[in-house]
Structure formats: C-alpha cells, structure tokens
Design a protein around this ligand. Structure first.
Ligand code: FES
Length: 159
C-alpha cells in the first residue's frame, strides 16, 4: 500500500494525525459548498415598500380581521403592495378589484418579499405568483393562500 500523503510538498507541515492533505482539501471543498448553499438558499431583498425582506424566516401570520393596512391608493392598478408586518400582500389586478394573499410561499414557506413585473416573488427559490395568486413560475406548485381584504372609504382592512 502506498503512502496517502505523497502529494505533500517537501518541508510542508503535516496536516493532522490520520488525515491526508487530500482529505483536508476535500473537506474544505465540502465546507465551501455548504457556505455557498447557505448564502444562495435564501436572500434578503427589498420589498416594494422599501423594507427589508424576511429571507428564509417564516412569514408572519396574517394579522387579524379588521386590521387596517392603509390607503387603497397605495396599491397600484396592475400591481400590488407588500404589508410585511401584517403578513399579507394586496394586489389590484384590475381597477377597483383588490385581492389579499398570505406572504408565505407555498413551496417551502419563505416570505414573499417583492413585487416585480407585476408578480409576487419569493427570494428563496424563485417562485413567482400572478396578481391573482396563481403560480407563474415554480418550484411552487400551488398558488398563494388568499387573505381577503375590504376597501371602505379608500382604506384597506383585512376582512
Ligand atoms: Fe419560495 Fe422555495 S420557498 S420558492
């Protein structure tokens, strides 16, 4: 049987008892891969309201019925707004039609934290949802959970 440490430079320090240099290098590669996965697994991106997103943290449970969200004029026609603290997004697919959704991604539960190009975007694995909550792009396989809202006197509240 050959020596496992034949690629060690002359005079280079020994790695560790029982570990060849290859084993140490391979271990470092696995560790680096783990760091890469952790960094790309979930990221934080700004919300449409400029707040920082929740990354992989679970979305807060939608607030109770009757909770005021704000003026309806904050939700653009053909777009939407994220109310991160209340755990909901409100969209206005057509003028005067408001729809509310949980911010919890139906793939693995990350927080939807951005609306871009009229789609609600999950930062974790890139799922995208239409303004009606339906899946536009996976890996999510089902739409966002509805969280109905009311609009009265120009103010949005959770129904
Ligand atoms: Fe949203 Fe995976 S948790 S795409």
């Amino acid at each position: 049987m050959q020596d496992q440490d034949t690629d060690r430079e002359p005079g280079a320090p020994d790695t560790a008892p029982g570990l060849s240099r290859r084993a140490v290098v391979a271990g470092a590669g696995v560790a680096a891969l783990g760091v890469t996965l952790a960094v790309t697994g979930c990221s934080t991106a700004p919300t449409s309201s400029g707040e920082s997103g929740g990354g992989s943290a679970p979305a807060p449970a939608p607030a109770a019925a009757g909770t005021a969200l704000g003026p309806a004029s904050d939700v653009p026609v053909g777009g939407g707004r994220i109310y991160e603290a209340q755990g909901v997004a409100v969209t206005q697919p057509t003028a005067g039609t408001y729809e509310g959704f949980s911010l919890t991604c139906t793939h693995k539960g990350c927080t939807i934290n951005q609306i871009a190009n009229n789609q609600l975007v999950c930062p974790c694995h890139g799922s995208k949802f239409a303004l009606d909550g339906g899946v536009v792009q996976g890996p999510a396989e089902r739409g966002l959970d509805s969280r109905p809202v009311n609009v009265t006197n120009g103010q949005i509240t959770l129904a």
